[in-house]
Design a protein around this ligand. Structure first.
Ligand code: OAD
Length: 240
């Protein structure tokens, strides 16, 4: 039996499936990954200049505009066949599959997935940089880059997790529960080097299958490794 057929059998038998996704999940939608040596965002940009609170406080306009550029790019792309296969499986099998994603692009949600655990936030959302005071009204911010409270100067920032920041507690707790209770975890399109997200693969109780065209840091945690692309493999794995 091929590895893909084996994983398909695991999908059919599993009562609870967790799907842990990373940037490769959205690659075929046209969203760049982070660590690809040629096209990855971190090959072109320094994460310490763009994805930390210190960077935002030092150069708020630069960081805001970089996220605005990514927001626009993400708004123009569409969920791919992999996102859609996951969402359709959830609709056919309510309560059986939980999506845990490191992606901030919202493509799982746009494909129709319910209850997505977005461990690194969502690039379309904003939040206050500092704890909001009574004058901070999100509907009445200035139109600057970044928008800010006209009274106290508190700035809006993208609601994503930056380096050195905690993950949202509720999403991480729910993701840990999903990992602890699944019979099968599909690890799709992640290099598996960023924790605590990558650590979820080691908590999975049942089978772990990696879907990735390249070697990843989680291949060692897997019972099967499928060397292929998410949008090509997932529709077949999650059929019926
Ligand atoms: P990476 O860029 O580190 O890894 C992307 C993975 O996707 C690589 O292993 C690729 O081989 C794989 N890949 C590429 N195309 C694929 C395809 N079509 N199908 C399946 N896999 C494919 O991205 P992440 O692992 O998501 O964090 O990175 C984790 C975190 O690091 C991100 O959430 C981000 C980043 O810094 C924050 O911004 C907090």
């Amino acid at each position: 039996m091929s590895d893909a057929a084996t994983v398909r059998g695991w999908v059919r038998a599993a009562r609870r499936i967790a799907v842990l996704t990373g940037a490769g999940m959205s690659a075929e939608s046209g969203v760049p990954t982070f660590r690809d040596a040629q096209t990855g965002l971190w090959a072109k940009f320094d994460p310490h200049q763009l994805a930390t609170e210190e960077a935002f406080r030092a150069n708020p306009r630069t960081v805001w505009d970089w996220y605005a550029m990514r927001r626009e790019m993400v708004a123009k792309v569409e969920p791919n066949a992999g996102h859609i296969a996951i969402a359709q499986f959830q609709h056919r099998h309510p309560g059986r599959l939980t999506v845990i994603t490191q992606n901030v692009d919202g493509l799982h949600q746009r494909a129709g997935s319910e209850g997505v655990l977005a461990l690194h936030g969502n690039i379309a959302d904003d939040k206050w940089l500092d704890a909001p005071r009574s004058c901070c009204n999100i509907d009445a911010v200035s139109a600057d880059h970044p928008p800010h409270c006209g009274r106290c100067g508190n700035m809006l920032r993208p609601d994503v997790v930056w380096f050195g920041e905690m993950l949202p507690v509720a999403a991480l707790t729910a993701a840990e529960e999903a990992a602890d209770s699944c019979d099968l975890m599909l690890v799709v399109g992640t290099s598996g080097v960023v924790y605590p997200a990558a650590g979820l693969a080691y908590r999975a109780r049942g089978h772990v299958a990696v879907i990735n065209p390249e070697p990843s840091g989680l291949d060692d945690a897997a019972h099967a490794v499928l060397r292929g692309k998410a949008a090509e493999l997932l529709p077949g794995l999650l059929a019926d």
